[in-house]
Design a protein around this ligand. Structure first.
Ligand SMILES: Nc1ncnc2c1ncn2[C@@H]1O[C@H](COP(=O)(O)OP(=O)(O)OP(=O)(O)O)[C@@H](O)[C@H]1O
Ligand SMILES: [Mg+2]
Length: 456
């Protein structure tokens, strides 16, 4: 792979904004790393939040590589929520990949391949590139159109003449069809701050600069408004930083190979060749040595880790010891249980050699007050208005049955309320959805009760 090729590589971002955790914005810590009782959408669970804050600090300092953490606690105590909060704290540039232990079993792809891909998605490669560009503010732009070859009523942009200016310089460029098409698509107009990659012709719009002659400004502008013209020459070298994942590079390298060997019917979706990954590793190592790239270990979060089996655990243990290792975050609600696929009992269903490499963070059941607060935040997030009594009733349900169940009742309750002609959710609406939707305990006892009937 050549440095020049990286412009063609697609950058992927796996968004872990699972909707039931959308209210979570971070860990809600103060400057000293102490949790505020209610902040960033999080309630209570103070010790686990403080511990998670320390882990985030260790990740930022690069002291967590090759290590992992395990959230342990009963269902509905916020284990997944805390993992999401860690991702939010780490920010956009740290890759965060999430999967559930059960997702590795597929008839199409080997378990270890699914895990390997997740591991490589969780490893960032920050590449610094110096590129030759034309950068400035658009002083004038003139686009020439031609008739569409097959449809005389349609006009297509053919070429353009564009003048870019900085505080110190001005340059007029004649550009061809490809660049012109981008100028049209990005709706580049007078006053826009843009740069054009001199080699690839890719156009980037950065913002708008105030006070450019003959430019038109609107009250609402979707672009960042800059007060000053950029300085320096229009034709310049620009350092550009982009973050890829190892998986992005694998996919690209494999596709390059594919074009040579495509005739033999290799299916990219199924498996990436070990050789491809090796060559990507070598390449990345070389870039790092040359100072062109930097490795950014991200987070691989595996929820319901007890669903992994012995082979998967062995794989993860090896990964933690390897050169390109992300930070592993596991969560489970199991105590002592059998390691899947074996007869061996182990704490949390995880083999001891892996457990040894993990920091355990316990999470505890919530008080009724905390549950009420969480339901209030969720209701607000989902735009569901609750009467005081309805909130109290849901808090009771959360405390007696489960937090998850109470949270899941919010939407249906809002629908029932509006059908009943109520402007907000009342206790009777909550009671109605409780009758309509059972929690697990109730549904199990129902089946017991009717077992005889079911069998006949
Ligand atoms: N401390 C908290 N503050 C705010 N919201 C929370 C908190 N803890 C949990 N929640 C919310 O409550 C719901 C249930 O929590 P979550 O799914 O994180 O539990 P869990 O411990 O992962 O459960 P399980 O063991 O069943 O996977 C989610 O909507 C979650 O976002
Ligand atoms: Mg969970």
């Amino acid at each position: 792979m050549l440095m020049a090729e990286i412009k063609e590589i697609k950058v992927s971002r796996s968004e872990y904004g699972i909707s039931i955790h959308s209210h979570i914005r971070g860990l809600g810590l103060d400057e000293k790393g102490n949790p505020k009782p209610v902040a960033d959408g999080l309630v209570g669970q103070l010790e686990a939040r403080k511990a998670a804050g320390i882990v985030v600090e260790m990740i930022r300092q690069g002291k967590m590589t090759g290590k992992g953490i395990l959230f342990v606690g009963p269902p509905g105590t916020g284990k997944t929520a805390l993992a999401v909060a860690i991702a939010r704290e780490l920010g956009e540039d740290t890759p965060f990949v999430a999967l559930s232990g059960g997702e590795i079993y597929s008839t199409e792809v080997k378990k270890t391949e699914i895990l390997m891909r997740a591991v490589r998605k969780a490893m960032g490669v920050k590449i610094k590139e110096v590129r030759k560009v034309y950068e400035g503010v658009v002083r004038s732009i003139k686009i020439a159109y031609a008739r569409h070859p097959f449809n005389p009523y349609v006009r297509v942009p053919r070429e353009a003449r564009i003048t870019l200016a900085t505080k110190h310089d001005e340059l007029t460029l004649n550009v061809g069809e490809e660049v012109t098409a981008q100028l049209v698509q990005l709706r580049v107009r007078r006053g826009d701050h843009i740069w054009i990659d001199a080699e690839t012709g890719v156009v980037h719009k950065v913002g708008r600069v105030r006070g450019v002659e003959k430019a038109k400004y609107y009250d609402v502008e979707p672009w960042r408004l800059e007060e000053e013209m950029p300085s320096g020459p229009v034709k310049r070298e620009k350092e550009i930083v982009r973050v890829f994942t190892l998986n992005d590079l694998d996919v690209y390298a494999a596709s390059q190979r594919l074009s040579l060997t495509g005739l033999f019917g290799i299916e990219l979706e199924k498996e990436i060749d070990e050789e491809v990954r090796k060559s990507v590793n070598n390449q990345v190592r070389k870039w790092v040595e040359e100072g062109k790239a930097e490795i950014v270990p991200g987070v691989l979060f595996i929820d319901d880790a007890h669903l992994l089996d012995l082979e998967a655990f062995a794989f993860l243990t090896r990964v933690l010891e390897s050169e390109f290792s992300p930070i592993l975050i596991l969560a489970t609600n199991r105590g002592i249980t059998k390691i899947r696929g074996t007869d061996i009992d182990s704490p949390h269903g995880i083999p001891l050699d892996l457990l040894d490499r993990l920091l355990l963070i316990p999470v505890r059941p919530y008080t009724r007050d905390e549950i009420r607060k969480i339901i209030e935040i969720r209701a607000d997030e989902e735009g569901v208005e609750l009467s005081d009594e309805a909130l109290e009733r849901l808090a009771d349900i959360g405390a007696e049955r489960s937090l998850r169940y109470a949270v899941q009742l919010l939407r249906p309750a809002a629908i029932v309320a509006s059908r009943n002609g109520h402007s907000k959710v009342l206790v009777e609406d909550v009671n109605e959805v409780v009758r309509l939707f059972a929690d697990t305990k109730t549904s199990v006892s129902l089946i017991k009760e009717y077992e005889d009937l079911f069998m006949k």
